[in-house]
Design a binder for this molecule. Structure first.
Ligand code: ADP
Length: 509
């Protein structure tokens, strides 16, 4: 059944099914926004009859007509909110209007709210936090306040405790809205809590010193104009060094208009790639926005080869990352955290009724502070299918669920099977699945009930999750939202003392 590629393989026929059944709404675009806003009221409530006042937390350089450049600390009154780009007027010290234009909302914080504080970092996971705090410019006592990616954990104070250790302390809130680390010390606001622990030591003995250095955020789009109009001329992009060569594309680091760093994916010429279909698919992909999915910025399709422009992920693909020096040093909790990020991105795709069809470590990209983002979603059908069909060896059988190979039944649950293989890749630090077997042998093997053995050093609860993903019946496999919870629970059980209530102010791993 493997000999003649597409014709003899019903699985590949199914690549031609429609990939998406629904697109994303505006509401879900807020997946990236800080959750704390809805849970913690502003430290003082100020009514702004003529529009709310916001402060710039970082400088920004305008990238298109109508956008405003600004400096850190400048103030704005918001006139219109539209997605990630808002229309605002810039105010001088006396409150007089000096300019009007479009600004990226994630560079601003509402005045007199916790978001304006230099120590408030919004949603951040434990590993990103550790990496930020461990940067050389921070020292013992450097701290930040964040909202955990796990909703049930909520607000966390993270502080550098020694040269090599960051403590994560849960901030509790009682029914009256007061905040506390220890029940004996209540605070009306997070600002008061931080001030207190600047003057008095935490139970661990550390005192808060200076806020962690805060990285400049990436705007969500190349500019406000590319939100809707994102077919761009190739001339606006300059190619820099090659980042990778794939079966379907060569990828370069590049710049848009000489100022914004991007990844430029140049598709290999492909006769069967329909321009119309390509635009239709990318239209849907453009709307998918999540912290753990690669953002599609633009396409260039006025001539071949087509370009796909995405956000740049400095550390490249997860497979090579794990095989490299930095990846080899990661221990099980860090790998579990990264896997839970992938599950989070996939749970969002699942919610959107999107199927990836090619989930594997090679299609996950790694950014600063070990942030992982799923890439290449949605492109399997239009770009990869013709190549997979014509070059039989390229079919990723080792990642494919049996029903996808035999009957072309691709679904979120076949993606879950692939996720199990991705876990295997992660816990073998980039090992090849079914190393002793050829692509062709794998389908027969798994059909007869064979499953890969537990990798060396892989915790048994992670292997249990792999086995769940590889259940023969797709219905019996967990879905991604369950997988995300399972992985997060593992992380919590590893770090219970950090988030527990028994020793809240100092009880850290
Ligand atoms: P293909 O789909 O043709 O296999 P990929 O999209 O996997 O091509 O890209 C090939 C390689 O280029 C990846 O494995 C990765 O190392 C690199 N790459 C792709 N996209 C990015 C990106 N956004 N940022 C950084 N590196 C990237």
């Amino acid at each position: 059944m493997y000999k003649n590629g597409c014709c003899s393989c019903p699985g590949l026929g199914a690549f031609c099914e429609r990939l998406f059944t629904s697109s994303k709404t505006e509401a879900e675009k807020s997946a990236n926004t800080t959750k704390l806003e809805t849970q913690i009221p502003p430290s003082s409530s100020v009514s702004e009859p003529e529009g709310e006042i916001y402060t710039a937390l970082w400088p920004f350089q305008a990238r298109a007509d109508e956008e405003l450049s600004f400096q850190e600390g400048e103030q704005f009154r918001i006139c219109k909110r539209e997605g990630d780009w808002w229309t605002a007027v810039k105010l001088d010290r006396n409150g007089s209007v000096t300019a009007k234009g479009v600004v990226p909302q994630n560079f601003l914080a509402r005045r007199q709210t916790v978001k304006e504080q230099p120590w408030y970092f919004g949603t951040l996971n434990r590993f990103e936090t550790q990496n930020l705090l461990m940067a050389p410019e921070n020292g013992v006592g450097s701290f930040l306040l964040r909202h955990s990616e796990k909703d049930h954990i909520g607000c966390v104070l993270s502080v550098v405790n020694s040269d090599r250790e960051v403590k994560h302390i849960k901030v509790h809130q009682n029914q009256n809205g007061s905040f506390y680390l220890e029940q004996s010390q209540m605070f009306q606001s997070l600002e008061n809590l931080v001030e207190h622990y600047r003057r008095n030591s935490l139970r661990s003995g550390t005192r808060l010193t200076r806020p962690c250095t805060r990285p400049v955020p990436k705007p969500q789009d190349l500019s406000h104009q590319t939100v809707d109009d994102w077919e761009l001329p190739k001339e606006e992009f300059t190619l820099e060094e090659e980042l990778g060569k794939g079966y379907f594309a060569d990828v370069y680091r590049g710049k848009w208009k000489g100022m914004v760093n991007v990844a430029i994916k140049i598709l290999k010429s492909n006769e069967s790639l329909s321009h119309r279909e390509f635009l239709m698919e990318t239209q849907i992909l453009k709307k998918l926005r999540h912290r753990h999915l690669i953002t599609l910025f633009a396409v260039c399709t006025s001539s071949t080869p087509f370009y796909i422009i995405t956000e740049l992920m400095e550390k490249g693909n997860l497979l090579n990352f794990l095989r490299g020096e930095e990846g080899q040093e990661l221990e099980a909790p860090a790998l579990t955290e990264m896997a839970s990020q992938v599950a989070d991105g996939m749970a969002y795709l699942e919610e959107q009724n999107s199927i990836h069809r090619d989930l594997a470590a090679r299609n996950v990209l790694v950014g600063p502070n070990y942030i992982c983002k799923v890439a290449d979603f949605g492109l399997a059908r239009i770009i990869k299918e013709p190549i997979y069909s014509s070059v039989d060896q390229k079919i990723p059988y080792k990642w494919c669920a049996p029903e996808a190979i035999s009957h072309g039944r691709f679904s979120n649950k076949s993606d879950v099977w692939s996720f199990g293989v991705l876990l295997y890749e992660m816990f073998t630090y980039g090992g090849i699945p079914y190393p002793a077997f050829s692509n062709q042998e794998v389908y027969n093997l798994i059909s007869s009930g064979y499953r890969m053995p537990v990798p060396n050093k892989c915790p048994s609860h992670i292997y249990d999750i792999m086995l769940m993903c590889w259940r023969n019946s797709a219905d019996e496999r967990p879905d991604f939202s369950e997988l995300k919870k399972l992985l997060e629970n593992l992380l919590d059980s590893n770090t219970e003392s950090s988030y527990g209530t028994s020793d809240p102010a100092g009880g850290i791993s």
